[in-house]
Write a protein that binds this ligand. Structure first.
Ligand SMILES: Nc1ncnc2c1ncn2[C@@H]1O[C@H](COP(=O)(O)OP(=O)(O)OP(=O)(O)O)[C@@H](O)[C@H]1O
Length: 396
């Protein structure tokens, strides 16, 4: 059966008034009200056309102010286009702005009852689900406090917990998830993986390429209101990252005497790598990586080692300044690095191991060395990633 078309945008344009001071706003408002003029407008979305089918996952990426949230608001029906068409079918669960849809004076519990009713849940259904929602939100006694006393993380917890109960056909989330703490983000990510594994549809707006690559099959890049790239998530996020790399390279070039290849990964080895051949790693095994990096000014560089699935969305990464990668000085300007990736949830397939050399502050990416390898093994039908040791237990 063909997947259902849930979202269709045709040549959507959105203009917002370009007003800075409150005086300008008032003047413009008076002019419009008296029918004597128009205020200056600037395009926020330009000719956006897009289709999303049931079961698809689309990440929306772009710089601050690019128009991502405005795009999501159109799909959620919160904002109307200046021109063009927006058609959306199915039940929507939207997490857009912090606290949107909640009443600040009411308690969390009262807000859940109110929002649940607005989402079409009857009394019995709501009573049935309330305990589960409160458990997911995990905000303790705050559930009976007015929302205005909540931290931003607590508001997001409540909003997301409500969405888990409504099982929407289309889940729309803006950057708000980044507000939650790490354990809550993990919980949400697991829930989303489960939701997607069961045919859910996701539109995610994020500055985290990690999340977009992990959760989305497709991505679209919005730049100054226009869609500049649309396609496979890995491809589009790589284009976006390359654009930023180039941009920051141009920005820093005049301020520094260092050449672009100043810090260099000189070598990279993968355990199991054969001379000239492809390393083959059995699924669920630890992966040992070693390498050498050169520092032009004998300061200790930062090294990042990552794994990416070729033509896929999985990505893992560790850096020497934060976690995982051990870096030892061998000579004044030469360092050895080593990393053991824990038993990774890598599905059989071809992967790319990448080692990046960065400046000591980890701000500038200089050099990338790559090695391909293959993970082999047997899996059952796995829609969603599970931890490797779980797979091992399940293997015949
Ligand atoms: N209600 C509004 N009135 C006027 N201008 C607006 C309004 N909402 C958004 N804008 C403008 O539209 C542009 C796009 O904003 P939007 O919030 O969609 O960007 P974004 O890509 O989500 O950015 P960020 O990553 O910073 O969240 C910005 O220039 C913003 O100032």
């Amino acid at each position: 059966m063909a997947a259902q078309l849930l979202v269709k945008l045709e040549n959507v344009n959105k203009f917002y008034p370009k007003l800075t001071s409150s005086r300008e706003r008032l003047q413009a408002l008076w002019a419009v009200l008296r029918g004597k003029g128009e205020y200056a407008r600037h395009p926020v979305l330009q000719n956006i056309s897009l289709e999303v089918y049931q079961g698809e996952t689309l990440g929306i990426i772009g710089e601050n102010g690019a128009g991502k949230s405005t795009l999501l608001k159109h799909i959620a029906g919160v904002v109307k286009p200046s021109s063009g068409k927006v058609r959306v079918t199915g039940r929507i669960g939207a997490l857009l702005e912090l606290g949107a849809g909640f009443h600040p004076e009411y308690t969390g519990r009262e807000n859940l009852q109110l929002s649940g009713a607005l989402m079409g849940m009857g009394d019995a259904e709501l009573q049935d689900k309330l305990a589960g929602i409160i458990e997911f939100a995990d905000i303790g006694a705050y559930i009976d406090e007015p929302i205005k006393h909540y931290s931003s993380g607590m508001v997001v917890r409540l909003g997301f917990a409500l969405i888990t109960a409504s099982r929407p056909d289309l889940l729309i989330t803006d950057e708000v998830l980044a507000v939650g703490d790490e354990s809550f983000q993990k919980k949400c990510t697991h829930w989303m993986e489960d939701y997607l594994g069961n045919g859910g549809t996701l539109l995610l707006c994020s500055h985290s390429m990690f999340h977009v690559q992990k959760l989305c099959q497709k991505a679209c890049w919005i730049k100054e209101g226009r869609m500049v790239s649309y396609g496979e998530a890995f491809q589009v996020t790589q284009e976006y990252l390359a654009y930023h790399e180039e941009k920051s390279r141009q920005e820093v070039r005049p301020q520094t005497a260092l050449s672009a290849a100043a810090y260099q990964v000189k070598d990279l080895w993968l355990q199991g790598e054969k001379e000239g051949g492809l390393a083959v790693i059995p699924m669920g095994e630890e992966l040992k990586v070693r390498g050498e990096v050169y520092s032009p000014d004998d300061r200790t560089p930062t090294v990042a080692v990552g794994i990416m699935r070729i033509n896929g969305a999985e990505i893992y990464g560790f850096t020497s300044d934060v976690d995982g990668v051990v870096l030892k000085r061998q000579q004044p300007t030469r360092f050895r690095f080593a990393l053991t990736f824990p038993r990774l949830a890598l599905l059989p397939g071809r992967y790319k191991l990448c080692a990046h050399a960065m400046d000591p502050e980890g701000m500038r990416l200089f050099d990338v060395v790559e090695r391909e390898f293959q993970v082999v093994g047997r899996t059952r039908e796995l829609g969603v990633c599970h931890l490797a040791h779980e797979w091992q237990e399940n293997l015949p």
